[in-house]
Structures are given as structure tokens and as C-alpha cells.
Ligand binder design. Structure first.
Ligand code: MCA
Ligand code: AMP
Length: 490
């Protein structure tokens, strides 16, 4: 079998880069060369083998961002297992669902979390049982060969039902998308990528890490995004990838000037719509036109503004070279895509998988767009009921189910409204069937079950939810009523 493992592809560039710096952390003093990255990844891979992890096994990882986490990611690829990253903000209730669904061979969590979920190793920035084990292992290992269609990742994403589904992502998906983006964005070994995104989602994990590693670029590493700290490091960077909130916050940072960006080659934005006014303000402030691109967990990257040529504010550019993209029916319509970037379907969920594909094999994105004659795409909305807040997707249905279980609540509607920092902020409207706790108490209570970023920042009690003639709740009406909740006084 020809080896089509993503690790094998990346290893070639690790070997070529040798002693050059792979990652330099600004969050602590760690600096690691490509040669050391490879050796350490082998140690973690040997540790996984010693814990009984076999090809195809899921490894569930819920830890804070760290370089050790990167080593673990690479190790999972190397042994042919399936990497399942989870947001550390998820509560134990949320975590239990993912573990129950993915049935991992190994769970890796922070030492401070509950560890009674099966075979668990611990990992955090300072070490943990997995690091101790890896330290005792050999620093070489033959990569387990993989076929293009073999799974490399299981990334959970939700739908309108509110139930999260695991998107099965293959080695072929990741290799093709990374190669395409490196080429498209002109990435190379002289690039220095400022990395401040979380690495439990496609953007920070696959788009940023895989491309930088493939190109042999250096990474300037932040465990989390802090606008002032990032602005202070930008003069050392040539490239940055971020969600729109990064750019809004950088513009508000006093440290961020045109001079700060003197060595920068490219700013990339994605995961949520970049407001056209932020794009323009950023251009005026720095002289750089942010390159906006568009993608999904299920598809990797789909479209991008050009490196050379006009980057138009409010548009996501053109389909990537090997991605076939069309608008269903008349314009504006839903974007459908096909290509080597397309996932294999939802984990153990053939019914849901079938629903999301057309009969001729296109994936139905749920994003509504218009396409110009030259192929330029402008996303104008979504048919799916999701909120994107600071680049995190939030599924109203999931939250409504938890709110409806609060004593005294009749029914609820969760929706997003404009938020100056996060793009959209989460709001709930509830009816009272009985005596209700205060807004603050309800918000605090929801945090027991739901990750804090999902919890509505405001909960309004209403007499009844607006409905159309079919009895469907009119969230557009609620959005209109609450449109200025977060922007008032700006
Ligand atoms: C944190 N909080 C949030 C968010 N992040 N609330 C709503 N939306 C958020 N995104 C809440 C916390 O729960 C906490 O609430 C309070 O804000 C402060 O938390 P902190 O961690 O200090 O927040 P922060 O550091 O300011 O984080 C904001 C952030 C971060 C930097 C925008 O959310 C972030 O890095 N977002 C990137 C998301 C991302 O990578 N998306 C890619 C998805 P409390 O005070 O109540 O406890 S991949 C994707 O979409 C596709 C494939 C694509 O195209 O890329
Ligand atoms: P996720 O489920 O986290 O993969 O999020 C994918 C969704 O994020 C897409 O279906 C879009 O709705 C949205 N998205 C990603 N990039 C952009 C963008 N540049 N503009 C508008 N929406 C985007």
C-alpha cells in the first residue's frame, strides 16, 4: 500500500528543516527545532503504543493549548490513530457525550479534571502522566502507513437538531487541503506564522499548523489570544491567521500600528464573516488588505480571496483550485461543494450523512451566497440555525433544551444578535410557566451544563414567543427587537 499518511508528508519537511526553529513560544520560554519536534513526536507516539493505541483507535484530547498538545497531535497521526480534540471549556456533561459517541481507546485530559472516563492519561503545559511516559520512550518510530481514505481526525460539529456529530476527516482531506493552501498563500520556510488560535478546531489545528509544518515555517506561539501581546510580537512575524475578533481587537490595541506590521506579508481571516468595515479600517490603519477565506469542519477550506489580485471586503473570494463549488438553484442560494477536501461523513450516522449530501455527491453547506460571473463568492446568510460568536459555533437547539429544563420556564428561543467584539452574541427569550429564578441565577445555572461561551449573555422574559402562521418561532422578529442589546452605547 502506498503510504498516504499526513504524518509522512509532514515528516519530509521536518527532515528538510532539521535544526531550524519550528515553534517559539511567547507564552513561556520554550523553543523547539524541527528536528526536536520530530524526535519528541516519536516519543509521544511510542507512549501511545505502550498504552495500547492501535491504528483507527480514537484518542480524545481535552487540554489547554500547549506545545505538548502539538506533539500529541503529531503522535496520533504517526501511529495511525484518530485525533479527537475537544474545547477545554466543555463541561463534564458535554464531555461525557463526546466520549460516549466516539468510544476512544485513550482519553487525554488536564490532571485537574475528572478522570473517571476510561483509560486516561494526563497532559498540561507543565507535563502530566503522558509527558512522563513519553520522556522514557525512544525518539524514533516508523510511521504507521495510511491510505488516503483512512481517518486522521474526528471533529464534532452540530446541526439544527442540537446533537453533535463527529465529522470523519481523512489523511487525504488534510494533505490535499494543506498542499493547496501552502501553494495558494505562497507559504514557505522563510515565513514566520503567528499562532494564537485554539488548536481544537480546524482553523488553528489544520489550517494553521498543517500548512506551517508543511511549508517548514517558524511558528510564534501564544497559548491564547491577547491583543496587546500579539501586537508586540507581530514585528517578528510574516503571517497571521485569525478569526474576525482578533482583527477587531488588534485595531483597538494602542500597540498596533502600521509600523508593527512592517514585516508582515499576509493576514488571513476566517471562521466567521469579517465585517467589511473592519476590513477597510484595517487596510487604512496598516496598509494590509486582510485575506478572507471560507471553510467548514466537514470540508476544510473551500474558498479564498487571492494572494495576488484584489481582496474584496465582504467577499470570500474564489473556490480553491481543486474544489468544485456551485450555488444550488437560483442566486442567492446554498453553497454546495465537492472535492478531495470533503469529509467521509458523520461518525456512525449514515442517515445524517445522507441528508447533507446531494444525490450527485455535493456537500450541502447551509451557507447562502451569491456568485459573480468570475466565480467570486459573497456569503450573505445561513439556512442553518447557528450562532457564530468569536469564531465558535453555537447551536441554539442545544441551549434551548437546557433552558427548557429550568424550573418555571415555559419555552425558549436562543438567537444571535450583533456584538461589536464577537460578531454575534447569544441571547435567550423565555416564557414563564411558573415562578422563575432571576436572570443572573439562570445564567449561572446554565454554566453547570454548558461551556461558558454558549451560555446566553442575556435572558429576557417575554409573554409569548413570536410565531408565524405555521407555528414556527420567528427568531428574525426577536433579533430585530434585541438588535442593539450589545451595541448600545458603543
Ligand atoms: C470566550 N468567551 C466567549 C468566547 N470566547 N464567549 C462567546 N464567544 C466566544 N468565542 C467567554 C468565556 O466563556 C468567558 O466567559 C469570557 O468570554 C472570557 O473568556 P476568555 O477565554 O478570556 O476569552 P477570550 O480569550 O477573550 O476569547 C475570545 C476569543 C476566543 C479570542 C475570540 O474565543 C477564540 O480564540 N476564538 C477562536 C475560535 C476558533 O478558533 N474558531 C475556529 C473554528 P465567562 O466570563 O462567562 O466565564 S473552525 C471553523 O469555524 C471553520 C472550519 C473555519 O472556517 O475556520
Ligand atoms: P464550523 O462548523 O466550525 O466548521 O464552521 C463553519 C461555518 O463557519 C461555515 O459553514 C460558515 O457558516 C462559517 N464561516 C467560516 N468562514 C467564514 C467566512 N469567511 N465568512 C462567513 N462565514 C464563515
Amino acid at each position: 500500500m502506498e503510504d498516504e499518511s499526513l504524518f509522512t508528508l509532514l515528516e519530509r519537511s521536518f527532515l528538510a528543516a532539521g535544526g531550524r526553529t519550528a515553534i517559539r513560544s511567547c507564552s513561556n520560554d520554550v523553543k523547539i527545532s524541527y528536528a526536536d519536534l520530530l524526535r519528541s513526536a516519536c516519543r509521544y507516539a511510542n507512549a501511545l503504543l505502550s498504552l495500547g493505541v492501535e491504528p483507527g483507535d480514537r484518542v480524545t484530547v481535552q487540554v489547554e493549548k500547549s506545545i505538548a498538545n502539538v506533539l500529541l497531535y503529531l503522535a496520533v497521526l504517526k501511529v495511525g490513530a484518530v485525533y479527537q480534540p475537544l474545547n477545554p471549556a466543555y463541561t463534564d456533561t458535554e464531555f461525557a457525550y463526546f466520549v460516549g459517541d466516539a468510544e476512544p481507546k485513550l482519553i487525554v485530559r488536564e490532571p485537574s479534571r475528572h478522570l473517571d472516563f476510561g483509560t486516561v492519561a494526563t497532559l498540561d503545559g507543565d507535563g502530566g502522566s503522558l509527558t512522563s511516559l513519553a520522556d522514557r520512550m525512544a525518539d524514533s518510530l516508523k510511521t504507521v502507513p495510511r491510505a488516503s481514505a483512512d481517518l486522521a481526525g474526528l471533529l464534532y460539529t452540530s446541526g439544527t437538531t442540537g446533537q453533535s456529530k463527529g465529522a470523519m476527516i481523512t489523511h487525504g482531506n488534510l494533505s490535499s487541503n494543506a498542499q493547496t493552501l501552502v501553494e495558494l498563500w505562497g507559504m514557505g520556510d522563510s515565513d514566520v506564522l503567528l499562532h494564537a488560535l485554539p488548536i481544537f478546531h480546524v482553523h488553528g489545528l489544520y489550517v494553521a499548523l498543517n500548512t506551517a509544518f508543511l511549508a517548514g515555517s517558524e511558528l510564534i506561539w501564544f497559548d491564547r489570544f491577547d491583543a496587546d501581546a500579539v501586537a508586540a510580537a507581530i514585528p517578528q512575524a510574516t503571517l497571521m491567521m485569525g478569526v474576525p475578533t482578533f482583527y477587531t481587537r488588534l485595531l483597538a490595541s494602542r500597540n498596533f500600528t502600521r509600523e508593527t506590521c512592517r514585516n508582515m506579508r499576509l493576514f488571513v481571516s476566517g471562521s466567521a464573516p469579517l465585517p467589511a468595515e473592519i476590513h477597510r479600517e484595517f487596510s487604512a490603519h496598516t496598509g494590509h488588505d486582510i485575506l478572507e477565506r471560507y471553510g467548514m469542519t466537514e470540508t476544510g477550506m473551500i474558498a479564498s480571496n487571492p494572494l495576488q489580485g484584489k481582496r474584496v471586503a465582504g467577499t470570500v473570494g474564489f473556490a480553491l483550485p481543486n474544489v468544485s463549488l456551485r450555488i444550488a438553484g437560483t442566486q442567492p442560494g446554498v453553497i454546495e461543494v465537492k472535492g478531495p477536501n470533503l469529509f467521509q461523513g458523520y461518525w456512525r450516522n449514515p442517515v445524517k450523512t445522507a441528508e447533507e449530501f446531494t444525490t450527485d455527491g455535493y456537500f450541502i453547506t447551509g451557507d447562502i451566497a451569491t456568485m459573480e460571473a468570475d466565480g467570486r463568492l459573497t456569503i450573505i446568510g445561513r439556512v442553518k440555525d447557528i450562532i457564530i460568536s468569536g469564531g465558535f459555533n453555537i447551536y441554539p437547539k442545544e441551549i434551548e433544551q437546557v433552558i427548557d429544563a429550568i424550573p418555571g420556564v415555559g419555552e425558549s428561543a436562543v438567537f444571535g444578535v450583533p456584538h461589536p467584539d464577537l460578531g454575534e452574541g447569544v441571547i435567550a427569550a423565555v416564557t414563564a410557566a411558573d415562578a422563575l429564578a432571576s436572570e443572573a441565577e439562570m445564567i449561572a445555572g446554565l454554566g453547570t451544563y454548558l461551556a461558558r461561551f454558549k451560555v446566553p449573555r442575556r435572558i429576557f422574559v417575554v409573554d409569548e414567543l413570536p410565531r408565524n402562521a405555521m407555528g414556527k418561532v420567528q427568531k428574525s422578529e426577536l433579533r430585530k427587537t434585541c438588535a442593539t442589546v450589545f451595541t448600545r452605547g458603543r
